[in-house]
Write a protein that binds this ligand. Structure first.
Ligand code: HEC
Length: 194
């Protein structure tokens, strides 16, 4: 092969490489323009969460009753549900079984050593609704209807003589129930409490 031919081949190869580079660049610009590359679509993991999915998890109830759903229930209705779905662990009339008693409790005079119960410790009645709805029954949480949770809350409050045996609990009445230990907590920032 002559020196001339060799130079000619080298030049051809250079031209080919340049053409390939140009094609790649052109394709890249088109993809960029169409938004197929770059940050907006990346990393493209997961899927948008719908309002309904957020609502299913957004179930916190505040002490003033914010978040309480519609519905209602009486101690009498709660007693029947309790026998069917709760007594197995919390004992008949919530006196305790494999899981804690939900009634009674000594006054918290000796502080830390006294077992804490709903009646001697919990400052807000709305917590009873929130906890029962999200966590009970233990083996099947989130299976109770809102009416059932109101009825069970009414039953447990009534067993503890915090409300009367005929008092219905709902979004209006429950936040008004004053728990015995309501003032037993020392606010860390008293100036922030309205
Ligand atoms: C399979 C057993 C089981 C069943 C059935 C059950 N619970 Fe519970 N319950 C537990 C356990 C265990 C705890 C302690 C949970 C914890 O500390 O996280 C508990 C805790 C509670 C508490 C908080 C008590 C406290 O003083 O801290 C309440 C209120 C409660 N359950 C209500 C109910 C109601 C109402 C039902 C019926 C719908 C029910 N539970 C059914 C096992 C059960």
């Amino acid at each position: 092969m002559s020196t001339r031919e060799t130079v000619q081949r080298r030049d051809d190869a250079r031209v080919r490489r340049c053409l390939v580079a140009l094609v790649v660049l052109a394709a890249g610009s088109v993809m960029l323009a169409q938004g197929q590359v770059g940050t907006p679509a990346a990393p493209n993991l997961g899927k948008p969460v719908s309002e309904a999915e957020i609502a299913a998890w957004d179930i916190s109830i505040l002490p003033d009753g914010t978040g309480l759903p519609p519905g209602s229930g009486t101690p009498e209705q709660g007693a029947k549900i309790f026998v069917a779905k709760c007594a197995l662990c919390h004992g008949p009339e919530a006196k305790g079984g494999v899981a804690a008693a939900l009634i009674g409790g000594r006054p918290l005079t000796d502080g830390i050593d006294t077992p804490k119960t709903i009646a001697n410790f919990w400052p807000y009645a709305t917590t009873l609704f929130d906890f029962t709805r999200r966590a009970m029954p233990w083996q099947a949480p989130r299976t109770l209807t809102d009416d059932e949770v109101y009825a069970l809350t009414a039953y447990i409050l009534s067993l503890n003589k915090i409300i009367g045996p005929a008092d219905a609990m709902n979004a209006q009445t429950l936040p008004k129930v004053r728990m015995p230990n309501r003032d037993g907590f020392i606010p860390r920032f008293p100036e922030r409490i309205p």
